[in-house]
Design a protein around this ligand. Structure first.
Ligand code: GDP
Length: 294
């Protein structure tokens, strides 16, 4: 991911870097090229526009033009702006000592169940006592898949039965907690191939019953711009606290992943980087920016 974008941006910046002084016109040309490169990588139109306008404004505002290392200064501005677009400081879900419930939502196939297993492993290794709840009653194999992942990681899995009400699930969770206390509960919820009203109502009801402390949307980076409108709809209905972007190891152009933070206003907490349980990384905007710009 980001390969084509990285190559293009690196070319443009390398040329800029060689210029000791820059005219207004040269900056304009470079910004147009950067905007094109972003759009070709499927970066959201508004994000690309805002990106170059902020860099241009700073270039002028900081009196870069006419200074002795103008090229290098503009390169630095682009680098900094890329980090900001990706979210600035790296953010992680806020976990308390106990009483943490992480609600995983997303469309079918996004990688929700896989990411739930990965998160269980990630937090278990940090010393958390994790419980998984298999509440994806929509996709036939999802509960069995989560049971297998739970076994691999070594954490228990509470399975929601077909037709069980959210109140009953809450009750079963309370009973489980009395027997075998867990400080972090991660819930794999039902997905659909597309957003529909039934799904949203079902999610909102379960959310109301389980009172999650974090609601994370799992989005597939390979679905491009579509991922962004999905995120906006989910946020309206279940109030997201953050994003997990999966399949960052794929060959998507990466623009949607790059735009996700800006378009949704939600931090990207993790990136999925393989199908394996180990393929989950906390998302560091500065490292990703560094990878793109070489
Ligand atoms: P769900 O319907 O959202 O629960 O989706 P799954 O968790 O079953 O994942 C759908 C497919 O995507 C599976 O084949 C996963 O192995 C694959 N997958 C999930 N996350 C990643 C990832 O980060 N990278 C890659 N390459 N594949 C992934």
């Amino acid at each position: 991911m980001f390969e084509t974008l990285g190559n293009k941006l690196q070319d443009i910046l390398e040329r800029l870097q060689r210029e000791k002084t820059l005219t207004d016109a040269q900056v304009k040309v470079a910004m147009r090229e950067i905007r094109m490169a972003l759009l070709e990588a499927d970066v959201n139109f508004g994000v690309a526009k805002e990106f170059v306008s902020r860099v241009s404004e700073k270039a002028v505002g900081q009196e870069v033009l006419g200074s002795l290392n103008a090229g290098q200064m503009v390169v630095k501005l682009v680098h900094d702006e890329l980090i900001q677009t990706l979210g600035g400081e790296s953010k992680q879900p806020t976990l308390k000592n106990e009483g943490n419930v992480v609600f995983m939502v997303g469309l079918q196939g996004a990688g929700k169940t896989t990411s739930t297993g990965k998160l269980a492993k990630f937090y278990k290794e940090k010393g958390r006592r994790v419980l998984l709840i298999a509440a994806d009653t929509q996709r036939p194999a999802a509960r069995e898949q989560l049971r297998t992942l739970g076994n691999q990681v070594g954490v228990p899995v509470l399975e929601v039965a077909n037709g069980e009400t959210p109140a009953q699930t809450r009750q079963r969770l309370n009973e489980f907690q009395q027997q075998d206390f867990r400080d972090l509960v991660i819930v794999d919820t039902a997905g659909r191939l597309q957003i529909d009203e039934n799904l949203m109502t079902q999610l909102a009801d379960l959310q109301a019953a389980l009172q999650p402390t974090e609601t994370l949307l799992v989005v597939d980076a390979m679905t491009g711009q579509e991922a962004l409108s999905v995120a906006k709809t989910f946020d309206e209905r279940v109030n997201l606290s953050g994003l997990i972007i999966t399949k960052m190891d794929g060959d998507a152009r990466g623009g949607a992943a790059l735009s996700a933070r800006f378009v949704t206003g939600k931090p990207i907490y993790f990136a999925g980087t393989s199908e394996k349980l180990t393929g989950l990384e906390p998302f560091y905007p500065d490292r990703v920016a560094g990878r793109i710009l070489g």
